[in-house]
Design a protein around this ligand. Sequence first.
Ligand SMILES: [Zn+2]
Length: 264
Amino acid sequence: MLLTCVIFLAILISVLLRFNVWRRNIRGVPILMYHMVSDDIAGTKLPKLRVSPKRFRAQMAYLKDRGYHSITIKEWLDYRHGKGVCPSKPIIITFDDGYRNFYTSAWPILESHDFKAVVFLVTKYIGGVNLWDLEKGEPEEPLLNAEEIKDLALSGVEFGSHSHTHQDLTQLPLSAVESDVRASRSVLGGALGNEIIAFSYPYGKENEKIRWAVREAGFQAACVIHHGDNDEAVDPFQLKRIIIKRNDNLLDFKIKLKKGKSRI
Ligand SMILES: [Zn+2]
């Protein structure tokens, strides 16, 4: 009898742990964070940042089935300021770094589900490769070029800045941060001919000074890389994101959507 109780309790606890029952639900619009949709993990020390196309498709199909409507950060800000009516179950799908692979792998899947996306570009390297990663031994990856960016923008992708050079901004003097974020906004505005609103801090590194510099450069919102609430009280320069990783199965994805994290 005692043994049965112990086994039952052990099963119960592991189920509660697996489903992250102790974690409270996040409030406000969920913002997903991806980097690359790819099965090519050769040579990278960061395979977790490359979600397989098969899993990405299943994740998008799940969102569609559950009635989610993807919006851009510009739309989120508009709704927040009372312009227009936010659709039910809004969600924001973001991609950092602006890999060319977004154009070939992620966007066709997003588009087939009628979803939008926000892509954060490293503006100095548009049309080039991920130079900031090479010194860390990461493989060379092509980045979106100006034509692809224009084409995607016309199809409903919102582009934001991921800084000009992808440095940890908290390690730079404030004057260098200011010129970096200003340069990135003007390059992007020049390339797209419209107002650039959103920013994503490289490596998620930010502090009060960095947020100030980003705001001063004319951005209206910025994303970090930890999860949390994006409700009415959120600082638009600290929008929280849910990181979706390669080893997340659909159960992890469902849990993350509600709780922000799926493992301890
Ligand atoms: Zn990045």
